[in-house]
Structures are given as structure tokens and as C-alpha cells.
Design a protein around this ligand. Structure first.
Ligand code: SF4
Length: 507
């Protein structure tokens, strides 16, 4: 059942953490980071484009994907109950967590009851949201990431900078240095195959020793009680089948109604994410290892116990708003961030959030509240690239504008929509309100407008790059030069009618 309170948090950043605008200059002034991202994102964009050469096919497929997710959301409370009932019949134990703290406590409790000391983990953004590894470590349980990208950032003590390729900000040389420092007995090597083999050697041992495996879930099918998990390295399959205990953690929005809903989503997700027609592994988990019955032999492998933790952490609150609920259609393909002109220049760490890029800019403020993340919706050019590539048609720019409105809404003004976003008005600043009031004054008075633009054209170039109003722009960019003649001058020269003089500007 969906929570009335809607849970909380969604993985808060530390208090007083620098905001996006304060962190961005570091990334913009780091040429190595920018090269790493540029190269990786150009490659991903080209690979995705090659997967959808026919616009009609792409339009039809994403229509189906969006419809599947929209139908699932329309029936979400019912589907979650059906999922629980079906999984329980299959022998999976289902747990509900309203907050990330509750989810951590549930996972820890399961592990402690099983006497587990070491855990091997498949990739899971929800577990990042929960800060699960740190929680387990505080209670004496070692969690080792087995996805190669996650393993690398765990060794580096960092957080993921991308939701599909967590260590995309690092290049081969940086990984070589890291492995040589952290993997005992490994000589520094620049050979990618040797690096991969070294990680495989370490991780194979960890798979064999682990008392439990923890994974995420891409889709949970209510009809059959099936947990679908896609991956390329086989680590997801090993994490969910080798240890005697498997715990899956996922957000409540991952449920879909039918097994038949999976093929269109599988046709969209890997193509949008990595430009692959399909991932190397598609795992469909329907329960623990079956025991032998009535003289028949039981299954020989698989965990003897499977648990699913369904996390709310603010999602029910998002769900209550007709407009913002579209956010929950996300299938975490990352295509929006791969195509975002902001993300591709500053990388994921600048957002200081679990979910960076366009999806993070709409999801994080809704999960954590505008007080904590109200600056995120402003870190966008609203160029629409994210909406064009989103395989489930989430109108990201519309939602960014909605959240911007919520963030600067005067607190005394009643919300035009259901006020489900926490901390409405959290980003409101009197200075900014004054600037906009001035802007409105100038733009609605033609004579004043002409005088101001002329003054800017004449005097703008004298303003030093480090002046207060310029500084935010010039920290990482060249100062723009104002042209001596305005657009209106040029238009007049070419004989275009001057609508300002016709006084057609609405007041
Ligand atoms: S918002 Fe769309 S493009 Fe971005 S991660 Fe989610 S599904 Fe993919």
C-alpha cells in the first residue's frame, strides 16, 4: 500500500553541502574531467543514435514504453499489493520501507538473523540512495561492490557520477593508478584486459565467500512475481544466485503489470542506455531455490531465501501530484544525462546527489525537498534534449519549470497545484525578485527598453569580468562582448516593421 505520509529523504546530501553553482566551476576548470566526459558521452550518443535509425520505429516503441509505465502508475497501489501476494506465493519475503532508514534497518535485520558477515552487491542505485554500504559497515558487515564500475569507485572512496556507468569520470590511467595502489600484489598496468582480469580475480573470491547477495531490480512484474534484472558482466547473476541469501532492494515505482510489458521496456532500456540491442544478461528471478517434492529432486542452485525490500522514500508524495508523477515513469536508462549539455560538461559529482543530470534535477528536489535541492531545477538550459531522448516520454523540461515555480513561489501565495513538493518557496530570494520586477518594468515600456539596451550596448564592455553580476558567468567562460548596435537597429536597417513603435507590446 502507498504510504500516506510519503516517506522521506531519498538520500540527503550532507548539511551545508556546496550547491550546484558553487561546485560547477571546479568541474568546468578541470580539463581532464571534461575530456573524460566529452569522449564518453560522444560515444554513448552515437551508439544510441545507431540503435534507433528509423524515427517511426523509435516513436512507436517509446509510445509503447511510456504506455506500459503510465498504466502501471495508474494502478500502482493495486499492482504493489498484487506483486506482494504473488511474490509471497513464490516464496519471496516482501518488506515495506517508508524511509531509507527503515530500509537499512530491514536489510541489516535480515543479514544479522542469517549471521551474515560479508555481502556481495550487484549494482543498485536505490542502495546508493540508502547509503547502505556505510550503514552495514557501521554494524560490522562488509559489503563489496561487484559491478566493475561500482567496484572502482568503492576502491576510490567515491560516489557514482553516472547512474549506468558509475566511474565514467575516470580514464584508464586513473584506474591503473588506483588498482596498483589498492589491489595487493598488482603491478601498475595500462592494459585494460589485465585490469579487468585483476578485478575479476578479486571479485570471484568474494562471490565464493559471501554470506549474502544484494541487488537492485529493473522491473518487478505483478502478474508473475518476477524480478527482472539486466546487466552485462554476469555479476548480477552471481550476486543473486551464488550466496545462500539474496536481498533485492527497489523503489515502489519499478512495478509493472504484466510479463508482456517487459519486452518493449527491454527493447528501450539497453539501447537508450549503452547503445546495445540487449544486455548480455537478463535475469528473471521468481523465488528461492525449489526444494524437492514427492520423490522429485530439488533445484541444485540459487539462494535458499529471497527477500524484496520495497522503498518509498518520498515516492508516494511524488505520486500524489498528477503532473510530477510522470517522474516515476523513469526506467533509469541515463539517456537524458548522456545528451544533457550541462551534465556532459560538469559530470555527475557536481550535482552532489544520488541521481545526477536531468532525471536527478527533477527527482532529487521531489524526494529531498526544495530546501535541500531547490537549486537543481535551475541547472538546466531547458534545451529539451533530455525529453527528446527519454524512452518513456517524461516531459523533463516541463517538470523543471514546474519545480522552478514551486521553488520561488512566494510562500504566502497558494500553490496552483497540490503542494506535494516539500519546502515550496525555498529558493525565493528578494534580490532575484527585484531583478525580475526591474526586467518586467523595462520589457513592458518600449522607450525604457530602448534606453536600457542602448546603455548596455555602449557601456557593457566596460564592466570588468570580475564584477559581481559578471562573475558567475566569467569564472569558467570568456566574458561576452556586447555589440555596439542592437538587434532592433539591424532589423530597422533591413526594413522590418518595428512592433515596439506600433505599441503592440502587451502591458
Ligand atoms: S528520465 Fe527518461 S531518459 Fe532519463 S533516465 Fe529516466 S527514462 Fe532514461
Amino acid at each position: 500500500m502507498l504510504s500516506e505520509k510519503g516517506g522521506a529523504d531519498g538520500g540527503h546530501p550532507p548539511e551545508h553541502a556546496p550547491r550546484f553553482a558553487e561546485r560547477a566551476p571546479d568541474a568546468l576548470n578541470n580539463p581532464q574531467l571534461r575530456r573524460n566526459f566529452r569522449r564518453a558521452m560522444d560515444g554513448l550518443m552515437a551508439k544510441r543514435a545507431a540503435q534507433f535509425p528509423d524515427p517511426a520505429y523509435w516513436a512507436e516503441l517509446r509510445e509503447r514504453g511510456a504506455a506500459v509505465k503510465a498504466r502501471a502508475l495508474a494502478k500502482l497501489p493495486d499492482l504493489l499489493e498484487r506483486l506482494e501476494a504473488r511474490l509471497t506465493t513464490n516464496g519471496v519475503q516482501v518488506h515495506w520501507a517508508e524511509t531509507t532508514e527503515e530500509a537499512n534497518a530491514i536489510v541489516l535485520g535480515i543479514l544479522q538473523r542469517a549471521g551474515a558477515r560479508t555481502v556481495i552487491k550487484g549494482k543498485s542505485m536505490v542502495s546508493e540512495e540508502m547509503h547502505l554500504n556505510a550503514h552495514l559497515e557501521r554494524h560490522g558487515i562488509e559489503a563489496v561492490e561487484s559491478d566493475l564500475g561500482e567496484y572502482i569507485i568503492q576502491l576510490a572512496g567515491e560516489t557514482p557520477s553516472h547512474i549506468v556507468m558509475p566511474c565514467i569520470h575516470k580514464n584508464k590511467d586513473e584506474i591503473s593508478d588506483l588498482f596498483a595502489e589498492k589491489i595487493p600484489g598488482l603491478e601498475r598496468t595500462g592494459d585494460v584486459d589485465e585490469l579487468t582480469a585483476a578485478a575479476r580475480r578479486v571479485l570471484r573470491e568474494r562471490f565464493a565467500q559471501a554470506d549474502a547477495g544484494i541487488s537492485g531490480v529493473n522491473f518487478a512484474v505483478a502478474e508473475t512475481g518476477t524480478l527482472v534484472l539486466i546487466e552485462n558482466e554476469g555479476n548480477g547473476r552471481l550476486s543473486t544466485t551464488m550466496p545462500p541469501l539474496h536481498i533485492a532492494v527497489t523503489g515502489i515505482e519499478k512495478v509493472v503489470e504484466l510479463l508482456d510489458d517487459i519486452p518493449p521496456l527491454l527493447a528501450l532500456l539497453p539501447r537508450s542506455a549503452t547503445g546495445q540491442p540487449i544486455t548480455t544478461y537478463v535475469n528473471m528471478i521468481s523465488g528461492p531455490r525449489k526444494k524437492g517434492e514427492m520423490g522429485k529432486a530439488g533445484e541444485k542452485d540459487g539462494p535458499t531465501a529471497v527477500h524484496l525490500v520495497l522503498l518509498d522514500a518520498g515516492r508516494s508524495r511524488v505520486y500524489q501530484d498528477v503532473e510530477l508523477a510522470d517522474t516515476l515513469r523513469c526506467i533509469r536508462c541515463a539517456a537524458c544525462m548522456n545528451h544533457c549539455p550541462v551534465y556532459t560538461r560538469v559530470g555527475g559529482h557536481t550535482y552532489n546527489a544520488i541521481y545526477p543530470g536531468p532525471i536527478g534535477k527533477i527527482l532529487t528536489p521531489q524526494l529531498q525537498g526544495l530546501d535541500a535541492a531547490g537549486d537543481q531545477p535551475h541547472a538546466s538550459t531547458l534545451c529539451n534534449a533530455c525529453a527528446e531522448v527519454c524512452p518513456v516520454k517524461i516531459p523533463i523540461p516541463d517538470l523543471l519549470v514546474r519545480l522552478r515555480r514551486e521553488a520561488v513561489r512566494p510562500t504566502e501565495t497558494p500553490a496552483t497545484h497540490l503542494p506535494v513538493v516539500k519546502d515550496g518557496g525555498a529558493e525565493r530570494s528578494w534580490n532575484e525578485a527585484l531583478v525580475w520586477a526591474g526586467w518586467r518594468l523595462v520589457y513592458t515600456r518600449p522607450l525604457l527598453y530602448r534606453m536600457v539596451t542602448r546603455a548596455l550596448a555602449w557601456g557593457g564592455n566596460w564592466v570588468p569580468a570580475g564584477a559581481p553580476l559578471m562573475r558567475d558567468w566569467t569564472t569558467a567562460r570568456t566574458k561576452p562582448r556586447f555589440k555596439p548596435r542592437t538587434l532592433h537597429d539591424l532589423a530597422r536597417e533591413r526594413g522590418y516593421p518595428n512592433r515596439l513603435e506600433l505599441d503592440e507590446v502587451p502591458k
